[in-house]
Design a protein around this ligand. Structure first.
Ligand code: GLN
Length: 475
């Protein structure tokens, strides 16, 4: 029996190389666990039918003496990332029967290393949400309390890792979709610098914000996946070269800036504030230097995000017209075909964002909303560049609360407010990571919380450094 609970990518690699178990044994162990738990959790929408074949190929390579970091490692893939020949739906009815005709660049890179893809995981439809409640295929449940949400939009990927249904996973993060569910489920979730990882083959939400990132049990594992998927790509003109943002040198004493006025602001749960303050204290005892910082425009970040994101999303989603992809409804004429297809096959939240995005881009409102949001986005970018002259990392809680109860946030605005800490990294384009920061007890259940760190463009190494040090000293 393989003990999946204590297994990490790093330890599995050693055991595979030492022939303690084969890639087929490992894949089979995950398939068994998925069979047991997925019915209740709804992390996966589909388990691929060729998992054991993939594992067999990995075993052949291991037998030839090959050893790549992810060779034979079973991963879960968010249902917005294209795997050639496999279904990909963005958890939307409109793409219910859509099959990918090519591999996303990240998938191509993982395939080259012989990683195993277990299946496709549930999300908020088109990645719009923070709870996976907006999926057309049912909600994903939080393994720590199944009455609660997993977070989102990459809820399925995160739950897969948190419940031993995969060793690692890929999610996408447009405003926190890897980090927030990671915090809600007690694992590590990371968003790279914008442009560091190719978006080719990622179903687009907000193109200037979208980033593919890893979800794992440990920081070291996140670093392994990140190092595999990173790199400039001719298929995505927004990717950047290594030289654009060179890695900063590692320092002995990293300086963490804390925007206390934001953290102690309204709408943040008391337990979150307490857990955060305690965690910051721990970092201090672990040899980090803590500094107070403040930003002039940070309180506008959420508003900026909820203008720019729907503007870009409404534009990106115009391609789903029922003609080229997915479902098609017949009306009396072409216009009616469009209206019926888009009206019936997009869910409520997606339609809301299309309306919002179309509105802020429309003549007469463009300058007042979209134009102004871009101006503030630039101001925030400048403020962050300034801040990173004085600090190496910026820390906040990952989310203002623990995972909420399924159905509790029926008002969309209350769900949007949960993104308060995560959206800034996407607006500014900097990398960020969420680390588990302990549990609080709610109604007899221990619910996880997360701490988020942001670093300057290209400084992922500082996030990993701080994360690994915290993991080592905190245990
Ligand atoms: N919760 C945020 C939203 O609903 C973030 C989503 C994401 O990162 N894909 O927009």
């Amino acid at each position: 029996m393989i003990d999946l609970n204590s297994l990490t990518i790093t330890s599995a690699r050693k055991k595979l190389d030492a022939r303690e178990f084969s890639a087929v044994d490992l894949a089979q162990a995950y398939l068994n666990e998925i069979k047991k738990k997925n019915g209740e959790l709804n992390a996966y929408l589909e388990i691929y039918d060729d998992v054991l074949e993939q594992a067999k190929t990995a075993d052949d390579l291991i037998a030839q003496g090959k050893s790549y970091p992810l060779l034979g490692i079973p991963l879960a893939i968010k249902d917005v990332i294209l795997v050639r020949g496999k279904k990909v739906t963005a958890s939307s009815k409109i793409l219910e029967n859509y099959f990918a005709s090519y591999d996303a660049t990240v998938i191509e890179k993982l395939k080259k290393q012989g990683a195993i893809f277990l299946g496709r995981t549930n999300i908020d439809e088109f990645a719009m949400g923070g709870s996976t409640e907006n999926s057309a295929f049912g909600v994903t449940k939080n393994p720590h309390d199944t009455r609660r949400v997993a977070g989102g939009s990459s809820g399925g990927s995160i739950v897969a890792v948190a419940s031993n249904l995969a060793l690692g996973a890929l999610g996408s993060d447009t405003g926190g979709s890897v980090r927030e569910p990671a915090a809600f489920c007690g694992i590590v979730g990371m968003k790279p610098t914008y442009g560091r990882v190719s978006r080719s083959g990622l179903i687009a939400m907000g193109s200037s914000l979208d980033c593919i990132g890893p979800a794992t049990k440990t920081v070291e594992d996140a670093e392994i996946i990140y190092n595999t998927i990173r790199g400039s790509d001719i298929l995505d003109s927004t990717t950047i070269s290594e030289e654009t943002y060179p890695k900063p040198p590692l320092k002995k004493e990293l300086i963490i800036g804390v925007p206390w006025d934001l953290v102690n602001g309204e709408g943040i749960d008391r337990e979150v504030k307490e857990n955060f303050a305690q965690t910051i204290k721990k970092f201090k005892t672990f040899g980090f230097n803590i500094k107070d910082i403040s930003f002039k425009n940070l309180d506008m970040a959420l508003a900026v995000y909820y203008i720019i994101m729907p503007a870009e999303a409404s534009t990106n989603l115009s391609r789903f017209d029922g003609m080229r992809y997915g479902l098609h409804k017949d009306g009396k004429n072409l216009l009616e075909d469009y209206m019926l297809t888009r009206g019936l096959d997009f869910g409520k939240e997606v339609r809301r964002r299309i309306l919002l995005g179309t509105y802020v881009l429309s003549v007469g409102y463009y300058d007042a909303y979209y134009g102004r949001a871009q101006i503030i986005r630039n101001m925030l970018k400048k403020e962050f560049t300034e801040a990173f002259k004085n600090v190496d990392l910026i820390a906040t809680p990952t989310a203002p609360s623990v995972a909420w109860k399924i159905g509790e946030k029926s008002n969309p605005l209350s769900a949007y407010l949960a993104d308060i800490f995560t959206i800034t990294a996407n607006i500014v384009g900097v990398p960020a990571i969420s680390l588990p920061s302990g549990f609080i007890e709610v109604e007899g259940k221990k619910l996880p919380l997360g701490i988020q760190f942001m670093a300057s463009h290209g400084a992922e190494n500082l996030l990993f450094e701080a994360g690994k040090k915290f993991e080592a000293l905190n245990n």
